[in-house]
Write a protein that binds this ligand. Structure first.
Ligand code: ADP
Length: 574
């Protein structure tokens, strides 16, 4: 709670103003019964019209004051709560940007989305409601008790007889509430996850006619959410009847003993009316308690979930202490006995890998699915760190380069092409601040996508992403390559990024890339592509089982010969 709470601090001023205004409203409410007692005892019973008019006018004035305070309070309360939520959301988002890849795997996307949306909204609403009305209810209860004691301590005593019982009861309710509502948010995560997966796989679901199955999967998680929310609300439903029962019993006691007091002339009618009035106000405030406890329980559960994110420390990307920006000049890559496994347990995914790629050379990486090709690429921008051995760029371990230097030098084209909602120009220039039109076009020409873009009605202003044109897999891959080229990287990592290109286009692409001075690591399944590289690295179960040129590998490696045979029917040997 403390960390989330600290985001309230900058808004101390509006919060204090809102609280003061709320106290004014509260004081008016607490003084009203006193005035009524005065009007009854000194005005009505004494038949003094003057007293009635004077105190009546005072009551009216105070009502106007309370109204103005209430309206102004709303203004400050919403300013404070909205700004607090804005800061909190930004802080969460910034923190998530710093997550290491391993931390990302601990926090599924849907869980992060719920935290940044529903959880933030939950605490924002509670802050607003607290400043506006929620804090008023407990204060009204305390204030009513104090005022009742001021009016008549004996009668007031009967109002607080049930208090210890209520305190214990409410304490347990809050405890239960927090644990139940934490579960509700976890259920909401699950619903979000199913929605997210479903929307991403729309085409697949249609093709496999799995709409009904997906609907039932959704229904299942939605019904778990409904059931657990209902369970949480059921618990909360106990609060109001118990509170009202205790209060009504107290009220009966006040009236019974109060009537006796008036009969024996120890108290006046006005006093009894005032105390009954306070008791009614307390009951009114209590009827808000169920809602308040629910809101606080939910907010506490949400705050704890947000803190899980905000307090991640070990799982952030580690920056070298000297982290000053030094550009990487050559893009030379060396792997020295590199082994790697995901997490602390399990089998190594890469074993004792060593190779060297000189500046400007092209290394093709081949191997079956799951042999560790993507993992190997992942170690270069330091998405993950080698478990043992060393990955070097320009002779220096990647752990010693600042992340900025390292990643500035790398153009990464991932296996799955991702484009953002926006124009083609924006997408291509995305990786380089203030990329010019010429730079973007030059990269597009190199990536063999310029002509296609020119063919679109809006050219480079054509919108892509969710609201834009539908692009083919090959077009997306080429845009993705162009985006990397715009950065003029020293190192280009292509993770099977030409799989959807036809033979002719791919040949033109490689020809255009010949002019690039970048060192290239190209993961590929195609012998045709590998042949054009300076060297080929063949991986099998995370181990290097072949390294050399096409001709050398044909001689050395049975596995390589098999791949060649499977792709070209053995023609390559000729
Ligand atoms: P390739 O690119 O050759 O298909 P990968 O490098 O993607 O192979 O995967 C190599 C192995 O590592 C596979 O067994 C895969 O299941 C595992 N793996 C990949 N990514 C992760 C991850 N984030 N966490 C745990 N295991 C992973």
């Amino acid at each position: 709670m403390k960390t989330v709470f600290s985001y309230i601090k900058p808004y101390k001023f509006p919060i204090i103003v809102a609280l003061v205004l709320m106290l004014i409203e509260l004081s008016v409410e607490l003084l009203q019964p006193l005035f009524i007692a005065k009007i009854i005892d000194d005005g009505i019973l004494n038949e003094d019209a003057n007293v009635i008019w004077t105190w009546g006018a005072a009551m009216m004035g105070m009502a106007i004051l309370a109204f103005l305070s209430g309206a102004t309070n709303s203004f400050f309360a919403s300013h404070a709560s909205q700004s607090f939520a804005y800061d909190l959301r930004n802080a969460l988002f910034t923190q998530v940007q710093k997550f290491s890849m391993e931390t990302f795997s601990r926090f599924p996307a849907a869980g992060l989305i719920t935290r940044l949306t529903s959880d933030v909204t939950m605490v924002q609403n509670v802050l607003f409601m607290s400043l506006r009305i929620m804090l008023r209810a407990p204060l009204l209860v305390v204030g009513s008790i104090v005022m009742a004691f001021v009016v008549d301590p004996y009668m007031a005593m009967f109002l607080v007889i049930g208090a210890p019982f209520l305190a214990i009861f409410l304490y347990f309710m809050v405890k239960k509430g927090v644990s139940y509502f934490s579960l509700v948010q976890v259920r909401l995560d699950r619903v979000n996850r199913v929605i997210q997966e479903n929307l991403q796989a729309v085409r697949l679901i249609k093709a496999y006619l799995r709409g009904a199955y997906e609907a039932s999967r959704f229904e299942q998680v939605a019904s778990v959410l409904r059931n657990d929310t209902t369970k949480a609300l059921r618990i909360m439903e106990w609060i109001l009847p118990v509170l009202l029962f205790v209060m009504n019993m107290s009220l009966l006691a006040v009236i019974a003993f109060g009537a006796e007091e008036i009969r024996t002339s120890n108290a006046e009618i006005g006093d009894l009316v005032a105390i009954v009035n306070y008791a009614m106000r307390m009951t009114g405030a209590f009827s808000m308690f169920a809602f308040i406890i629910m809101a606080y329980s939910r907010a506490k559960a949400s705050a704890e979930r947000m803190e899980e994110v905000l307090l991640v420390n070990e799982g952030l990307e580690r920056e070298v202490t000297t982290g000053k920006f030094e550009p990487i000049k050559y893009g030379e890559i060396t792997f020295e006995n590199v082994s790697f496994r995901y997490g602390n347990k399990g089998q190594p995914v890469l074993r004792e890998i060593s190779f060297h790629v000189k500046s400007g050379q092209k290394l093709a990486i081949m191997g079956a699915t799951g042999s560790g090709k993507t993992t190997l690429l992942n170690l270069i921008p330091r998405f993950y760190e080698a478990t043992s051995g060393s990955v070097k760029v320009d002779g220096q371990d990647v752990k010693e380069w600042s992340l900025e230097s390292l990643r500035q030098a790398i153009g990464l084209v991932p296996q799955v092409s991702l484009l953002f909602t926006g124009s083609i120009h924006e997408n291509l220039g995305w990786g380089k601040e203030e990329a010019t039109k010429e730079e973007v076009q030059a990269a597009a020409i190199q990536a063999q996508i310029h002509q296609s873009v020119e063919g679109f009605a809006q050219g480079y202003d054509t919108l892509v992403g969710q609201k834009g044109v539908n692009l083919s897999g090959g077009q997306k891959q080429r845009l993705s390559i162009a985006r990397a080229l715009v950065r003029k990287p020293e190192i280009l990592l292509l993770d099977d990024s030409t799989s959807a290109l036809d033979v002719k286009t791919e040949a033109s692409l490689w020809e255009a890339l010949e002019k690039e001075k970048a060192t290239m690591l190209v993961v590929t399944q195609k012998i045709r592509t590998a042949k054009g590289a300076d060297a080929i690295l063949l991986l099998h179960h995370g181990k290097v089982v072949g390294y050399g040129s096409h001709v050398e590998l044909l001689e050395q490696s049975q596995l390589y010969r098999e791949i060649v045979a499977s792709q070209e029917g053995g023609q390559e040997n000729a």
